[in-house]
Every structure is written in C-alpha cells, then in structure tokens.
Write a new protein. Structure first.
Length: 433
C-alpha cells in the first residue's frame, strides 16, 4: 500500500510537470528543457540550434528596445542610448529574410517603417507620411529588427563550418550567454551578412547573445557594428510574441490614420525649396562668436579669431552614410590646403553626450585628417534641420562662397571640383585685398 502511494505521488508530480511544459510551449514555442539549477551548460551548437527552432516560430513580435552605442579602441566609450518600440513581422517572400517592421518613438508616435516594397518616413509635418523606396537595399542590411537579427546570426554560426569559430556558453543564473568569435578571410559578419574587410586579411567578428533559460528566446545582444571600434548593445523588454497574423500584417495600419503620399518627388522639391529659402536667411545672420573647441586636438578658435582666413566647415552626423563616403575626398583636399590661409574642420552633431575619445576613435577609423568639433549650438546655427552632409566655404570677409548639401558617391569628382573651386576663389579674393 505504501509503494502504491509513492507511485501515485510520482505520477501526479510528473503530470503537473508535463502540464507546465505544455503551457510554456503554447506561449513561446518549444523550449530546451533544463532545470534552474543546471550547473553544466549545453553544447554550444545544440543550444544555438534549439534557439533557432524557437525563433522560427516567432512570426510577429512587439517589444520595447534599448540600443546603446559604444566607441573607443576597446569599444567601451558609451555615446548614449536610443529607445524605441518595435512591431516586427517576418517576411517569408523576401529572399534576404529581412522582416517588415514599424518603429515608434517612446511616446508611441510613428517614426519609421519598412516593407518589401517601400520604406515609410514621417514627413516634415505631423499630418502626413511620405513613402519612398530609395533606401530599401540599405535598410535590408542595416535595420533588421531584434529577433530577425538573432535568427540570421544563429543560421550563420551553424552553417559557417569553413571558418575559425570559438563559441562558449556562460551560465548567468536565469539566462545562458553565448560568446561567439568568428575569424574569416576578408569578411566581417553583420548578423549573417558578410561584409568585406579592407583593413585586416583575417577579420574577427564578435557576438554575445543572452537567452532566457525557460523560453530560449533572446533578451540581449552585443556585436561589433563598425569595424573595429564601434560596438552596439540591444536589449528587449515587454515582449509579446505573435500578437498579429503575418498574412494580414500591414504597416499602414499602425500610422494612426495619417495619410500616405506617394508623390515623393513633389514633396521633396517643395521641401528643398523651403530649405533653400531658410538657408538664405541663415547666411544673413552674423557668425557666432563663442569659442570653438576641437574635440580631436588641443585647440580652441573662434570666428573672430579666424577673420581674414578662409573657413571650410563640414557638418556631419555619425550615422550618415553620405558623410562617411565624403571623408576621404575632403581629407585629400585638407591635406593640400595652405594652412596659413585656410581653417578647415568638421562639426558633428552629438545626440548622446559623446566623450572626446569617441571623436578621436571616429576620426581614426574613417581616416579623417582634418580636426573635428563637438558643438551642437554651432551645428544648429548653420543646420537647424540636422540634414547632413553640408559643406560651407566662408571667405576671409565672412561672405559665403559655397553651401553644398549632400554628397554623390556616383559623381565624387564633380563634388571635389566644386569645393576646390570655391576655396580657390576665396583664397584669390583674400590675396587680392
């Protein structure tokens, strides 16, 4: 009788455990069965394979996301956090495997969205949204949301047998942490998508992913985004798995009733005309008189100090692709300038309170030979809309010789000629006075 009672007790406990596992599977998909007191981590590839199985059951997701950016030789100089809320939807017809998604500001207002055919941006006003597809190829690689990124990474780690990989599992109590290092010839892995490395024959990519032990879904990741001195951390919270059906998911449903305009050329032309008018107004303002402190060298100047010299100023943003493409051409121009007649520097708008070390790291990584300035007030004086890149050439008498918006990678010679011509004219006028 006592043996029968013991067997009955064991049976009841077993049924309760099965019931708990089944409920968990319904909520989050199949999970790797481990106890909270497990002392020996699973085999790395087994854990990655099971995580990938769970991720493939995530068809849509809604979550809050915190993105942290780090610069520096050791990738530890924090230049600030960016908070968003995401709605992510798988895109099975896309051969790149990039998810459709909606990105909102922390207050819930619409910020950005991506689909198979278009990307959507809020327009200059709050009453409409412009639709434009000219960034689609770029967005495929740089803006896949959180769960899609981890999916691509797991696929890459499982498939890349011909590269040097080191993967270790660390027990963090409620989470497993996967530390992965991959060395590949002339390639840097950006979540499964290879990028060519021109700086190192054997490039090293580093990833860290933390997953919840019970659900085996990722909660945090760290990776090198810009080689080799920019690292990104992303964490998610308030995660809701599969709240929408991917068959009926439309990003337009999340625009809160705002109309979408397809005539982006007309909208852009109107915006450019307004900006040209406002630029003319800025040119009529006196130049600022506050000190200008260089972030990449020990020097302070001011526009009154630079009276009688030609001023060449670039306004740039850290995440501006056109800005990065222009740096080599402007650096070559700077190297050839007569420094006794011309003062040239870049002003980078700082959203996140970057330290000087971050600017030095950024300058070194992009091969920028001219000094850089951290001065948001100076930036907003010339560019209150934060549209970059802008290059301004100001003569010795403080008159404007050039105000160039944008940079064309298809016609860099035209850009260089325009800049050099403006500088040469300003120098000639200076010499003739």
């Amino acid at each position: 009788m006592r043996k029968l009672s013991v067997l009955a007790f064991i049976l009841i406990i077993s049924l309760c455990q099965i019931g708990c596992r089944s409920k968990r599977a319904v909520m989050t998909g199949p999970a790797l069965e481990m106890t909270d007191t497990a002392s020996v981590p699973p085999a790395p590839f087994e854990l990655i394979a099971r995580i990938l199985d769970n991720l493939r059951s995530v068809h849509t997701a809604r979550y809050n996301c915190v993105k942290k950016n780090f610069y520096g030789i050791d990738d530890t100089v924090n230049i600030g956090n960016k908070n968003y809320s995401f709605i992510e939807c798988e895109c099975p017809d896309d051969t790149f495997g990039v998810s459709m998604y909606v990105k909102n500001n922390p207050d819930g207002s619409f910020r950005y969205a991506y689909t198979m055919d278009f990307s959507y941006n809020r327009g200059d006003g709050d009453d409409f949204i412009t639709k434009n597809d000219n960034r689609r190829a770029y967005m495929r690689f740089t803006e896949p949301p959180f769960f899609n990124r981890i999916t691509r990474l797991c696929e890459y780690l499982l498939a890349s047998d011909d590269v040097d990989k080191t993967i270790a599992i660390v027990d963090l109590g409620d989470e497993w942490q996967i530390n992965a290092t991959v060395r590949d010839y002339m390639q840097i892995c950006f979540f499964g998508y290879p990028r060519v490395s021109t700086s190192d024959p054997y490039a090293e990519s580093r990833f860290v992913v933390r997953v919840d032990k019970k659900t085996l879904l990722p909660t945090w990741t760290s990776y090198l985004e810009q080689w080799p001195q920019q690292r990104v951390e992303m964490s998610v919270s308030d995660v809701e798995i599969n709240p929408y059906s991917p068959e009926t998911f439309r990003v337009e449903d999340f625009f809160r009733g705002l109309p979408v305009y397809d005539d982006s050329d007309k909208i852009r032309a109107k915006s450019n005309a307004n900006r040209a008018h406002e630029t003319d107004s800025i040119k009529q303002l006196p130049l600022p008189t506050a000190p200008i402190r260089y972030a990449t060298c020990d020097r302070t100047v001011s526009f009154p100090d630079l009276q009688g010299k030609v001023k060449v100023i670039q306004f740039t943003l850290q995440d501006c692709g056109s800005c990065r493409l222009s740096y080599p051409y402007l650096s070559k121009i700077y190297d050839e300038l007569p420094k006794d007649k011309v003062e040239m520097f870049a002003v980078m708008y700082d959203h996140d309170g970057a330290q000087p070390e971050a600017y030095k790291s950024y300058q070194q990584r992009h091969g920028i030979s001219y000094p850089m300035v951290h001065d948001n007030e100076l930036y907003r004086h010339f560019d209150p809309w934060l549209i970059a890149p802008i290059l301004v050439v100001i003569g010795g008498d403080d008159s404007y010789y050039l105000w160039e918006l944008g940079f064309s990678a298809q016609q860099p010679e035209k850009y260089v000629t325009k800049v050099r011509t403006a500088i040469d004219r300003a120098i000639a006028d200076l010499d003739n006075k």
